[in-house]
Design a protein around this ligand. Structure first.
Ligand SMILES: O=C[C@H](O)COP(=O)(O)O
Length: 247
């Protein structure tokens, strides 16, 4: 029996509207949350609206600083106070567009946990790294940056999302076998530190997941659900994806 609860998180990126909050909320309410954990991750300015709609919410990033003179940044403690449960850390767009290093990501992970948010640590290789056979090295370095700084126990209250960069927003999904191979690698890596933490760790797949391919991806032994971008903006498609994650 699967000991990990399936989870589906919709990352709206810099999209969405007040109207979409209402549409998604009414669609999601018809899903039985005992079988799958559904999370909506809107732009931070819509966080309170998502929380008020009764849907579990997260944000896309937080500052690595507790508070202070950091114009434009948002502190994890305030995000928590407004009702968020999760924050993404190290999404590939933050890494590639905003230059976040493994060290920055580990700092954000730490600040999130300090303020009682659950970090969803995003990892994944670029197309050229995959072609050069570097997938495992890249993913391991991204995860070890957190373990080396904070210890293996920090993964107890976290989620990992494997998102091959070449599959994000491209319509080019990893095959279920390709995704499962990396998920198993991640679980084995964590298990080499602590088998119990590895067994309970939720590992999500992200990258062009849609209502047609989610079922096969989520059926893989080490895939515990998904981090969904584009398809999370379409209520009916998102609902089908959430339903397909049920164990
Ligand atoms: O956070 C979500 C991912 O970046 C996946 O985005 P996508 O489903 O649009 O490929």
């Amino acid at each position: 029996m699967l000991s990990r609860k399936p989870m589906v998180a919709g990352n709206w990126k810099m999209n969405g509207s007040l109207e979409l909050v209402q549409n998604i909320a009414s669609t999601i309410k018809s899903i039985n949350n005992d079988d799958v954990e559904v999370v909506v991750i809107p732009p931070t300015v819509l966080l309170s609206n998502v929380v008020a709609s009764g849907v579990k919410a997260g944000v896309q990033t937080v500052s690595e600083h507790p508070l202070g003179a950091y114009t434009g940044e948002v502190q994890a403690s305030l995000v928590k106070a407004l009702g968020a449960t999760y924050t993404l850390v190290g999404h590939s767009e933050r890494r590639s567009i905003y230059g976040e290093s493994n060290e920055d990501v580990a700092n954000k992970f730490e600040q999130a946990q300090t303020d009682k948010l659950i970090p969803i640590l995003c990892v994944g290789e670029t197309e050229s790294e995959r072609e050069q056979g570097q997938t495992e090295n890249v993913v391991a370095a991204q995860i070890k940056a957190v373990i080396d700084k904070l210890g293996i126990a920090s993964l107890n209250d976290s989620v990992i999302a494997y998102e091959p960069v070449w599959a994000i927003g491209t319509g080019k999904t990893a095959s279920p076998e390709q995704a499962q191979a990396v998920h198993k690698f991640i679980r084995d890596l964590v298990s080499s530190y602590d088998a119990e933490i590895s067994e309970s760790l939720q590992i999500l797949y992200g990258g062009s997941v849609n209502e047609s391919n989610s079922e096969l991806l989520f059926a893989q032994a080490d895939i515990d659900g998904g981090l969904i971008g584009g398809a999370s903006l379409k209520p009916e498609a998102f609902k089908i994806i959430c339903e397909s994650a049920k164990g």
